[in-house]
Structure formats: C-alpha cells, structure tokens
Ligand binder design. Structure first.
Ligand SMILES: Cc1ncc(COP(=O)(O)O)c(C=O)c1O
Length: 392
C-alpha cells in the first residue's frame, strides 16, 4: 500500500492483493474451516508456519487477512490479528503476555469486563494487579515494581470518558521495559493512534465503530510482528475466532469508517454542546467540550472525539430511567459506535456486572446516561432529547 494514500482511500484498497488473487471486486467469503494441501510436503509446511492464512480457520482465514491489512494501516502498526470479540482481543492479549508471578498495572476505570479480568481472573492465575487513577501519572510510576510486565490503558474510558495521557505513560513504560497495551475502542483509529505515541499493543472491540452496524461481535489487536506471533500462539489455544462471514461484515464496515466517523464526530460534538445548555442537565462529559477537565489533553492526543457522550441528569435513579425511556430515536441498548444512536442508563448496566465496591471505584453515579450518537440528522436528535427531558 502506498504510504501517501489518505485513510479514505486506504480502507478501500489496502487489501487489494486479495481481490486480485480471488478475481472479484466484492471480497470473497472463504466459508471453510479447513484448507487443502496439494501434497504432504505442502501440508507439513502449512502445519508448521505461524499465522498461515489458509490452514485452519482458528489459525487464520483470507478474510481475516483483508481486515488485518486495513487495521494495521489504520493504527500504523506492523500487523494485526482478529478475534471473535473485543473481550477476546483483550483476554488473549493479556493471557499471552503475562504469567504467574508477574505484576500488571491497570486503571480505576475500564470497560467492566476488563475490570473483571483485572480484579478476578488474573489474580486467580497468580498475577498481581495494581489499579491506579488514570489521570495521575505519578500513580503509574509509584505502582511499578521489578516484576511489572504490562500496563493496560483505556482512553477515553468507558463509560465516564476520562482520558489517560498516552505519550506520558508510554515514556514511563518504555523506560522500565514494560509492555503497554491500550484499548482504543472509544476513540477509533481515525480519532486517535496510540501506537504513534509509543503504545505497543492497540486493542479494539470491532463490534463498535469498526463494524459500525451493530450486527457482529469482533475484536482486533494491532501490534508488531514479534508480539503478534506471541499473541497468535495463545489465540490458537484460546480460540476466540472470528467467523469468515463476520470478518466479511467487518470488512464491509471498515470501507465506510472514515465517512461515518466524520459525521459521528460532528453530530456528537453538536449534541454535547446542546446538552450543556439544557437546565435539566447537571453535567456533560465529552472530550471535545471546552468544559471537559482534560480538554487540553484531548486536543493533544485526539483528532476527533467520537460518538459517546456521558451526562448526568438533575434527578435521581428513577428520573434518569424516565428520561431514557422517553427517548424515541435513540434505542435503549448496550454498545456504541453504530449507525444508529444507542442510549443506556449507565448505573443499571454496570450494576449488572460489578459489586458495590467496584461500582464505587468506577465512579458511576445513579443519574448517569451514556449516549452513543449515530448518523441521524442532528436536529432530530436534539428535538428527541428535548422532549425526553420534559419527562423527568
Ligand atoms: C472499551 C471497550 N472495550 C472492550 C469491549 C468489549 O468488546 P466486545 O463486546 O466486542 O467483546 C467493550 C464493549 O463494550 C468496550 O466498550
């Protein structure tokens, strides 16, 4: 792929060689679990070559290769891997890079299943975890021990949109030889490229913006050839495999990612500014707002600010439920980054997975709403929010 191509062009052509090989314009779906060898010698080669794209679909598949080519270009990494979900990407990355006796540093705020891995799963396998306040660089530094192997970041963090200074933590990690992993789901590679700032492994829930149509679960891991081979080795045992059909849908979603992100960024910023001016709203958190406590950092490390707005209603748990129920356009459903607007009462979702102590650490009040802005016309979204606010 020519370096000088812009992202909009790249997402359509980075996998060009597979189109030539298949002789098709629309990507061929390799709907097969296994691939034939021409003879026993070729089979021996297929069986022993890491990352072979046409051996067995748990190990790789040509449709995965096409997604990998685009994702590596988007994140600026040497290569990428695909998995069956975002959690598949995160769990596989963590389990491949740490062992019993190692120490890991993570944030107070993460997507709740990542928090569960840190609090429950890694300690069960003898990995020690220290949770730090993500806005406090000194806390990261103080948490480092001789056996610290990995730091896990997520910025903006789900669901509070608190940011982590990627470059500062990367400098720290590098100086101690610690692998740095960042969940870039909430930004998308169009809005933020953690690898450019020194992050070693960038993970995504491709279920969100990358797929973009709320029809698949998928994950992506973007990294160096060396780390990809290590992670792939664990991936083949864990088996978080993306089906060829879902990889094809992900590929279709990636073709329109730049145009979707452009609209999502402008819609979300406009809606966040609108919400800030409504008397029924207590506070709005959106990195693109001048009022966001880390707006300067957002401007430094992000090009746009994504779909998700977090805001607090002036009211209690029940009032927040009434507001969410009264919305007509945005669908009351988990997930984000799709073509349609989605909304949740944040406390209700997090309570379903975390205990009281973890809820307190995560800092999620009862009157919090998480709104993922879609591609609808902004005036329709504003009108819908306005009529729902009258119901609280
Ligand atoms: C930031 C973040 N990371 C990871 C995940 C997990 O992704 P998946 O649902 O595709 O497993 C999510 C899901 O919402 C998320 O928001």
């Amino acid at each position: 792929m020519k370096e000088e191509y812009k992202k909009d062009t790249m997402v359509l052509h980075a996998d060009h060689e597979w189109g030539v090989k298949d002789g098709t314009v629309a990507p061929a779906i390799y709907y097969t679990s296994t691939f034939p060898a021409n003879d026993a010698a070729e089979f021996a080669d297929m069986a022993s070559r890491p990352l072979h794209p046409q051996y067995y679909t748990r190990y790789g598949n040509p449709v995965h290769e096409r997604v990998k080519a685009i994702m590596a270009e988007l994140e600026g990494t040497e290569t990428a891997l695909v998995t069956g979900s975002g959690m598949g990407a995160i769990a596989t990355t963590l389990l491949s890079l740490v062992s019993a006796g190692d120490h890991v540093i993570a944030q107070t705020r993460h997507y709740m299943s990542t928090t569960k891995i840190m609090d429950d799963m890694l300690p069960r396998f003898g990995v020690e975890v220290t949770i730090v306040e993500q806005t406090d660089l000194a806390a990261f530094e103080q948490a480092i021990k001789p056996n610290t192997k990995l730091i896990m970041l997520e910025t903006p963090a789900n669901p509070t949109l608190v940011l982590t200074d990627l470059e500062a933590v990367a400098t720290l990690a590098k100086s101690h030889g610690i692998v740095l992993v960042a969940d870039n789901t909430f930004a998308s590679p169009l809005n933020q490229r953690p690898h450019d700032l020194g992050v070693d492994v960038v993970v995504h829930s491709a279920t969100k913006y990358l797929g973009g149509h709320s029809d698949i679960t998928a994950g992506v891991i973007c990294t160096s050839h060396e780390l990809a081979e290590r992670i792939w080795d664990t991936h083949t045992s864990i088996g978080s495999v993306l089906s060829p059909m879902d990889a094809w849908l992900l590929l279709r979603g990636l073709r329109t990612l730049p145009v979707r992100i452009e609209r999502i960024n402008s819609n979300a910023l406009a809606l966040a500014e609108f919400l800030e001016n409504q008397p029924e709203i207590e506070q709005v958190f959106y990195p693109g707002l001048v009022s966001h406590p880390q707006h300067e950092l957002a401007l430094k490390q992000m090009k746009g600010f994504g779909a998700v707005i977090a805001f607090a209603i002036k009211g209690d748990y029940a009032a927040t439920q009434r507001f969410v129920s009264a919305l007509n356009l945005s669908i009351n459903a988990v997930s984000l980054g799709g073509v349609e607007s989605l909304v949740i009462h944040t406390a209700a979702m997090w309570e379903g997975a975390l205990n009281e102590e973890q809820m307190k650490t995560a800092g999620i009040p009862a009157n919090f709403v998480r709104y993922s802005v879609g591609l609808e016309h902004i005036e329709d979204l504003k009108a819908d929010v306005l009529q729902a606010l009258k119901e609280i």
